[in-house]
Design a protein. Sequence first.
Length: 290
Amino acid sequence: MKPRFSPVRALPVLLLCLLCLLPTAYADIGPKPEVTITVVNAPEGTLYIDLLAQGQPTGQSWFSEDEEAGCDPAVLSSLRSLETEGWVLAYSTGRAGSAPVFGDVRPQEDGTWHFTYVGLPETFRVAAATAEEAKAVEQPYTRQFTSHIVYDWQANTVREATPSALRFLARLAATLIPTLILEGIIFFLFGFREGRSWLVFLLVNAVTQVGLHLAVGPAIATSGWYFLSYFGLLLLPELVIWAVEAVVYAVFLREHDRYQQIGCALLANAVSFAAGFFPLHQLYGFLRGL
């Protein structure tokens, strides 16, 4: 008689996943907030961009004297003319009491503008200038942890680079696909072979993953996909998912006894949760660009 797969024998897999996570926790506290700006309908000639944020000038900009010396003084002066009472250029002027902002008023090699670090304002207005003209978007924009926005020079407006629905589906796929692979392996090792069992498996994972993103998606958007937010924000919802899947397996699965059904649900979710940070970490460059 072929012995059944024992959950106890699978516990080392979970422990190995947890141990692999420990170096990551100490190696880095996570990425920093960032904003990428793509310009459409750009004017001819040199264009500089910065972020207008509420505050008072600090008297010292965040870019070095060498960087400022490399800028066109006429364009830089035009850009700074957009500052008004209570609105300061977050990078090229700097806000009093704010942490640093890294970036450049000039475009990167790929033609986009990029600003980052802990002093990045949560709400800002895109400011753009040539030597002849300067514009600032009237409506302030509130960023996510990582935002990619499109600035239209002619219309002087800002929009998301990726529609919110498509961004939601991409982030859902980033967790759903690894979950189905990891938990599917455990599900198979526990001896579930019937088509009905796999249908239950697919449906419950799809529903719980959608619910997870709806529940914690806004919080993740403001904190980013990294180690601390992954464990801090997802632990409680994951415990709910473990309970839901254990009940669903016990009620709807017809293969094996209840102990094996519940044990499979608990172990599969523990393994996918412990190992789930790694695919998210690898996909972070893609997710942050949405």
